[in-house]
Design a protein around this ligand. Structure first.
Ligand code: SAM
Ligand code: SF4
Length: 495
């Protein structure tokens, strides 16, 4: 897993099964779009006309795993309202972009999508911008792209039916831009794309205020969901056949149960693992400052808690970490790594790194490279620093030229690739439990993940069932994946 400039699907073989299975349904009221100042004619469809049509939505997601999961919530809300999901813009009555603004490139992509839509938009089509760009730009989106009808941040997804109803009633533009509600956790229905791994947001927003990051602005302050509501959802998921859950939060381990029960994050991990039917509990993203021994102990003692920690470091230089307001030094971070490496169970470690932060000298960058040697990560997402609106680091002098950022990124990726190659090669000959998640077109070839979140491509001559757990022996390795073969029952029992 060496990834640059792309945070999406950090830990996934993307298994997307687009629903398209919403109830045949109707919108009430007139179709939207009244006469507008841009001269766009209002559609003249009546309720009856519309009832004859299928209300459909197209939803495209940009960005991180939390956005992917937010899209599952949005899809759930719309499917429950009678919309059907379609796979092309042309077939949709509502076109939604769930956006990311973490780096400039991601935000630009959204505006270029909106640009493409401008001339293709049919009179009876609505377009909505959801997520971080919506939250960041707010009503300014209507000025930049006047053909947009809906702007809605992640805390307001529960209100989507109401916002769509307002559009259907003839409103031209509607917004949902509050950031400090906890409504976002509990949309009534979540349509899950991944049939084996279910995602659950347990903490929203962020209070950490890293100087380069838009998340505190786009997702608002930290709010944790009650342990009872999380456990209730996990029980439902287990009842529906899920065996693996992944707990999500920008700083997932800063979780603080708001209910009288007052569960710590480590206690929550154990409680989720104890739900009958759950075999794997994952969590991401962890903040180093809040990563305590109690979490390592939960991993050591409860096999269902997966042996993988994503612990973004961002830089190996204490000077740069200070400028980033990361709240730990290089040495403090390395102490956390030492604690994880000393665990009774072998824990796989991944990270995020930013290169070219303003003022990052060659020496600072060298320290990041040497931290890679010290930490021995199993994977790293690396990014060139991207100046973002409203963030304190915009004011820091000594911007690093783009070519220099690219040079540092390439060096860092190359070094990390070699570390991963060596680490994965050491696994040859060992056995791992793998959940079967995909079948390759090539005969007898399957894929899945280990508990440590390594991608395993393996051979089996049997007809495997997706979602099953198998023992697989590693026969070779690449920097990003393991290659293996299924172990027979005889081999497992040493016969
Ligand atoms: N909350 C997580 C944490 O504390 O590490 C990460 C959230 S962020 C969605 C994912 C990653 O994007 C960060 O870890 C960071 O490496 C990267 N990132 C955030 N802001 C960035 C920026 N302005 N430029 C480049 N990379 C950025
Ligand atoms: Fe952004 Fe820092 Fe919060 Fe992560 S911890 S979401 S990088 S502000």
């Amino acid at each position: 897993m060496i990834n640059s400039d792309n945070m999406a699907n950090s830990f996934d073989i993307s298994v997307h099964s687009l629903a398209g299975n919403g109830r045949d349904g109707l919108c009430s009221g007139r179709l939207p779009l009244a006469q507008t100042e841009e001269g766009r004619r209002a559609p003249s469809l009546t309720v009856d006309d519309h009832a004859k049509q299928q209300a459909t939505f197209y939803l495209e997601t940009f960005g991180c795993q939390m956005n992917e999961h937010d899209s599952e919530k949005v899809a759930g809300v719309l499917l429950a309202r009678g919309y059907k999901q379609v796979e092309s813009v042309e077939a949709a009555s509502v076109v939604l972009y769930n956006t990311c603004s973490i780096r400039e490139k991601a935000a630009q992509k959204v505006f270029s999508r909106l640009g493409e839509f401008r001339f293709a938009q049919r009179q009876d089509q609505l377009i909505g911008v959801l997520g971080c760009v919506a939250q960041q730009e707010g009503e300014k989106i209507f000025t930049r792209a006047p053909w947009v009808n809906l702007v809605c941040g992640s805390a307001s997804y529960r209100k989507l039916p109401q916002l769509l109803a307002e559009l259907e009633a003839g409103n031209r533009r509607v917004t949902g831009l509050e950031t400090d509600t906890d409504e976002t956790f509990e949309t009534e229905v979540t349509r899950r794309d991944n049939p084996w791994r279910a995602y659950l947001t347990i903490i929203e927003g962020c209070d950490k205020a890293c100087s380069y990051c838009v998340v505190p602005f786009t997702r608002g302050p930290e709010r944790s969901r009650s342990s009872a509501s999380i456990l209730e959802e996990v029980r439902k998921l287990a009842g529906a056949g899920y065996t693996e859950v992944q707990l999500l939060g920008q700083t997932v381990n800063s979780y603080a149960d708001p209910s009288a029960r007052g569960m710590r994050f480590s206690e929550l991990l154990v409680a989720v693992a104890e739900v009958q039917g759950i075999r794997r509990v994952r969590f991401t993203t962890s903040h180093p400052r809040d990563f305590g021994k109690d979490i390592v102990e939960a991993m050591e003692t409860v096999p269902e808690v997966c042996e993988h920690v994503h612990l973004p470091v961002q830089s190996g230089s204490t000077k740069v970490l200070r400028a980033m307001a990361r709240t730990y030094t290089r040495d403090e971070y390395l102490e956390k790594i030492a604690m994880l490496r000393a665990a009774k169970r072998e824990i796989s470690l991944t990270t995020d790194i930013i290169v070219g932060f303003p003022g990052e000298t060659d020496k600072d960058f060298e320290e990041t490279l040497s931290l890679l040697d010290a930490a021995q990560y199993d994977g790293a997402f690396s990014f060139k620093y991207s100046p973002r609106p409203n963030t304190p680091s915009l004011k820091i002098a000594d911007a690093i030229p783009e070519e220099e950022k690219s040079r540092r990124l390439a060096l860092l990726m190359e070094k990390q690739r070699e570390i991963q190659r060596a680490r994965n090669e050491k696994l040859v000959g060992r056995h791992f439990e793998v959940m079967v998640e995909g079948k390759s077109r090539r005969e007898n070839q399957w894929s899945g993940h280990t508990s440590s979140n390594k991608v395993m491509n393996f051979t089996s001559r049997e007809q495997e069932s997706l979602g099953d757990y198998l023992q697989v022996k590693v026969i070779s390795a690449t920097p990003n994946s393991l290659v293996g073969e299924k172990l027979s029952a005889a081999a497992i029992h040493g016969v």
